[in-house]
Design a protein around this ligand. Structure first.
Ligand code: FAD
Length: 525
């Protein structure tokens, strides 16, 4: 039977390595590539995120046009919109990329039930992660691994990730039509940024434009730097270089303009036959960190919260809204912290170690504010804002889960100096401080009045005094962490079992053959 199919783009905003899109094209006479502006996901996004998304959608539409197709952008809740489209277009098949976020899982269950009611076959494929995350958990006796070493051992038993599948070609689309009316632009066109975002007029430069073509271009550019790729060690990169010292592919991987598996295999090609760095510090290692946190997010209940999260240390965080606002709005009085928060707001991306510095400062280091608050701010402002990675890394940095050396605190003064003595990064993002001599740029409150005068910036008037005394408060906070750890019962450090009673023994060859056979027969992934 020739199908009329909706391929539903959510993440996975790309044509390359898109197995669900290829599944859509199988036995297909009509294809409707659809993107939904879902109020749950897209309301109240900041200008940078809107701009990135609109860029990605425009690029996708452009690529689809080259295949004689178009993107259909529709507004509304998927549960409301899709059944109407099923009827309107007489749809028989729906395809999409599998998504492990709790909201997405609930949404997809509801949509699948509605599709069934409308006689629509549903096919999903796994391509947002390197592996099938459920399979990793199964391999670990139903539990999410809590250490990277364990994660490495598990993926070793699974073998390398699947190779990416090619993008569809004009030939693949020869028999497939996308019915477009003259009013396509009005009905299903990509809305203008100005219409979506009230702040659109206030946009600054766009250092990271969205889109699959841009993602692949950036990937190509990095992969040409063979030596850099082979020698890459994350801890040796700098939080405060004036241009990024890591790939900045994260925004593209997050919304799926770039497939993680394509990234992985391009790295493997570069490594081939050469001496290269290894996980956890290599670029392959970074992609495994992503996989690690995805696995944790699937296996651990309430992963983005402290309460109800069985592996998260319960801490008596303070509620200090004025401190939180000062941190969020780059008014802490610590130039290194404020410069990072300014870069985050302006550009939507900051280096991993810069994230370390501001996350430690907000939580266990200085302000003693719950990591969930920082998570929300990052989610709002980061172009790469990712449910699983954001929650996992915030737990790590606040020494709530995964990482337990709470006595190792980042200094908001000394840490930045290690890689930027002159404070050029601070001068770039806080031009108000640019006339301070290097000696005082990290601690302008220590500059004599005459120096402040000469710099044209008086601390307490033009730039705030530091909101805490780091040396004192960090020591006090270490003691508070010590008490929280003392209260933590030892059994809480164990990962919860996802499926009770699943104790995995090595599968027999017969089992494996049966499973393979079953998979072949099953229409979905
Ligand atoms: P590269 O070093 O070039 O790494 C390549 C890819 O590996 C990245 O694009 C990313 O997909 C993955 N990766 C790298 N580091 C990590 C890591 N620590 N954990 C998981 N995956 C990683 N990353 C996000 O993508 N989304 C988030 O919402 C997010 N929130 C974070 C919150 C905090 C508090 C911290 C400390 C880190 C967070 N990270 C998040 C992880 C990391 O900082 C970014 O992935 C990385 O800085 C992105 O820059 P890059 O692409 O240049 O990374």
């Amino acid at each position: 039977m020739a199908h009329t199919c909706i391929h539903w783009f959510r993440k996975g905003l790309r044509l390359h390595d898109n197995p669900a899109l290829l599944a859509a094209l199988r036995d297909c006479k009509q294809l409707y590539p659809v993107f939904l502006l879902d109020p749950h996901l897209h309301n109240n996004m900041c200008i940078n995120r809107w701009r990135f998304l609109v860029g990605a959608l425009k690029d996708l539409d452009c690529s689809l046009r080259k295949l004689n197709s178009r993107l259909f952008v529709v507004r509304g809740r998927p549960e409301d919109v899709l059944p109407k489209l099923f009827d309107k277009w007489k749809v028989t098949k729906l395809t999409y990329e599998y998504d492990t976020e709790p909201y997405s899982l609930g949404r997809d269950t509801a949509v699948t039930a509605l599709a069934k009611e409308h006689g629509v076959q549903v096919i999903y494929k796994i391509s947002h992660t390197l592996y099938d995350i459920e399979r990793i958990i199964e391999e670990n006796n139903g539990k999410a691994p809590l250490t990277y070493t364990r994660m490495q051992a598990l993926v070793k038993t699974l073998g390398p990730p699947k190779k990416p599948v090619p993008a569809p070609t004009v030939e693949d689309m020869a028999e497939v039509k996308t019915p477009c009316s003259e009013s396509h632009e009005q009905q299903y066109g990509i809305p203008a940024l100005e219409e979506l975002c009230p702040d659109a007029a206030a946009q600054g430069e766009e250092p990271f434009p969205g889109g699959e073509q841009e993602a692949l271009r950036r990937l190509d550019e990095h992969m040409k730097r063979t030596r850099w790729v082979c020698e890459f060690e994350k801890p040796q990169t700098s939080p405060n270089s004036l241009s990024p010292s890591t790939t900045v592919l994260s925004p593209y991987v997050t919304v799926g303009c770039l497939s993680a598996r394509t990234f992985w295999w391009r790295l493997a090609d570069v490594y081939q036959g050469k001496k290269h760095s290894d996980p956890p510090v290599s670029l392959h290692g970074q992609l495994l960190w992503r996989e690690f946190f995805y696995t944790a997010s699937v296996g651990i209940p309430n992963f983005n919260k402290m309460v109800g999260n069985p592996v998260c240390t319960q801490i008596d965080w303070d509620t200090k809204s004025e401190y939180l606002a000062a941190w969020r709005e780059a008014r802490t009085g610590f130039p290194f912290i404020d410069a990072i928060m300014t870069q985050l707001r302006q550009e939507g991306w900051i280096h991993h170690l810069a994230r370390h510095a501001v996350a430690c400062f907000l939580t266990r280091g200085d302000l003693w504010i719950n990591w969930e608050e920082g998570q929300k701010v990052f989610e709002d402002l980061l172009l790469d804002g990712d449910w699983a990675l954001n929650a996992g890394n915030w737990q790590w940095l606040s020494a709530s889960t995964f990482f337990h050396q709470y006595f190792r605190v980042y200094s908001p003064v000394a840490f930045g100096k290690k890689t930027d003595k002159n404070g050029d990064y601070i001068k770039k993002y806080l031009p108000l401080l640019k006339k301070f001599p290097a000696q005082y740029i990290y601690e302008p409150w220590k500059a004599p009045g005459s120096v402040q005068q000469a710099a044209g910036c008086i601390v307490g008037k033009d730039y705030p005094h530091p909101i805490v005394q780091h040396e004192l408060i960090s020591k006090k906070n270490i003691q508070r962490m010590k008490s929280a750890y003392a209260k933590r019962s030892s059994d809480k450090t164990d990962s919860p079992t996802k499926k009770q009673g699943v104790k995995r023994k090595g599968p027999s060859v017969v089992d494996m053959m049966k499973k393979k056979e079953k998979r072949k027969k099953s229409p979905s992934s």
